[in-house]
Ligand binder design. Structure first.
Ligand code: NAD
Length: 248
């Protein structure tokens, strides 16, 4: 089960956090992994070295998803160079928190440019080779916040809720081409993105989660592997909750 030998996967935001765990998990199942990184070249190289040391295959590809045209072109070119593209994991994301009345327009635009337009541009780049192959897996990293909302995260929630609409629309648009499109909606996952929370905030988060712990990047990576696998071939347009019961 979940054998990805011979498949090529592109992961945006692959140098750290959930994206990195997804790279490692996909590679451990046999996928040739293209690690998309924005600016953290050293971290991406470290991830590639770890995968190679474990007997896997990985390369690093620089791309800034907020430059939509460049992101689309880079992914399409990477697919051409690798000879195919079977799996896209759009994990690149940012969060700028703040009450709406204090949130700057520029920050709102930046969040949408990375989280929404960047993910859509990445899908555009991946869909072309997938359509030619009449097969593919597109996996978006949305969030529990896109489903439930969260005070202080209006822009982030808007970007992540919009991705769910994108997921459902693309699922319908490309089902006839053998491509599935799904989202994962992680809850509170301990990564660099959540490092800024105080210990009190973290403890309050844990107690509000029915499973009484934060999620790990590996919890999310396991969902990525499932959705990327042949075993998930009849699952499309779905938002898979990996949230410890935080939102049901
Ligand atoms: P992270 O901050 O650890 O990693 C995000 C990655 O995106 C980084 O590698 C960063 O370099 C990259 N990135 C940011 N802007 C970019 C750009 N313009 N171009 C290319 N790459 C860019 O975050 P994470 O916690 O691993 O989150 C991964 C995804 O999962 C994000 O989309 C996030 O919104 C989502 N998510 C995270 C959590 C959580 O609790 N950590 C919960 C729900 C959803």
């Amino acid at each position: 089960m979940f054998d990805l030998s011979g498949k090529v996967a592109f992961i945006t935001g692959g140098s750290r956090g959930i994206g990195r765990a997804a790279c490692e998990a996909l590679a451990s199942r046999g996928a040739h992994v293209l690690i998309g990184y924005g600016s953290s070249e050293a971290q991406a190289a470290e991830c590639a070295q770890g995968i190679a040391a474990a007997g896997g295959k990985a390369e690093c590809v620089q791309l800034d998803v907020s430059d939509a045209q460049a992101a689309e072109n880079t992914i399409a070119q990477a697919a051409k160079t690798a000879g195919r593209l079977d799996i896209l994991v759009a994990s690149a994301g940012i969060s700028v928190d703040g009450l709406l009345l204090r949130l700057k327009d520029d920050d709102f635009d930046r969040i949408l440019a990375v989280n929404l337009k960047g993910a859509v541009a990445s899908a555009r780049g991946a869909l072309k080779p997938m359509m030619r192959a009449r097969a593919g897996r597109v996996i978006f990293l949305s969030s529990v916040v896109g489903e439930a909302g969260n005070a202080g995260q209006t822009a982030y929630a808007a970007s992540k809720a919009a991705l769910l609409g994108v997921t459902k629309s693309l699922a319908k648009e490309y089902a006839g081409r053998g491509i599935t499109v799904n989202a994962i909606t992680p809850g509170y996952i301990e990564t660099d993105m959540t490092e800024s929370l105080t210990e009190e905030q973290k403890a309050a988060m844990h107690s509000a989660i029915p499973l009484k712990r934060a999620g790990t990047v590996n919890d999310v990576a396991a969902a990525v592997v499932y959705l990327a696998s042949d075993e998930a071939s009849y699952v499309t347009g779905h938002a898979l909750r990996v949230n410890g019961g935080m939102y049901v």
